[in-house]
Design a protein around this ligand. Structure first.
Ligand code: ZN
Length: 140
């Protein structure tokens, strides 16, 4: 295991043990998403005010990768305009599906790139992001 691999593993374990923005919101849009292949569940709550993500929270059950990825996602998009959050969703999916580059601002998300080595776990990493994409889409 290289030095960066173990650093990345520490980031994932930390977000799993201490998920950021963990909980529920009132006066927010909510969505429930599942990843049947692993058994992961997430409830994601987002409040958009004046076109920005004013508040975001989630609870999840399942594996460390799904929870850690959702936790990092909340930090990446909190306070961002909806269009910017949608752009991050696209960039994260590009990384997970096609090894695409991420902007330097999202260095922590790099820790999830290694999940690509385990194709069955990519859906775990995408769970929260797919939920957010659904919440932010105009069709709701
Ligand atoms: Zn999982």
């Amino acid at each position: 295991m290289s030095g960066s691999d173990s650093l990345y593993q520490e980031i994932i374990l930390d977000h799993n043990a201490n998920p950021r923005h963990y909980g529920a919101l009132v006066d927010a849009s909510a969505v429930h998403h599942e990843n049947p292949s692993c058994g992961d569940h997430i409830d994601l709550h987002v409040r958009v005010v004046d076109g920005r993500i004013d508040a975001i929270a989630f609870t999840s059950e399942g594996c460390a990768i799904s929870r850690a990825s959702a936790s990092m996602m909340t930090e990446a998009v909190y306070g961002q305009p909806v269009a910017a959050a949608q752009a991050v969703i696209g960039q994260f999916r590009e990384m997970m599906m096609h090894d695409g580059a991420l902007p330097e601002a999202f260095e922590e998300l790099e820790s999830l790139r290694g999940v690509r080595k385990f194709p069955s776990r990519v859906k775990c990493a995408m769970l929260g992001w797919a939920a957010l994409e659904k919440l932010l889409s105009p069709a709701g």
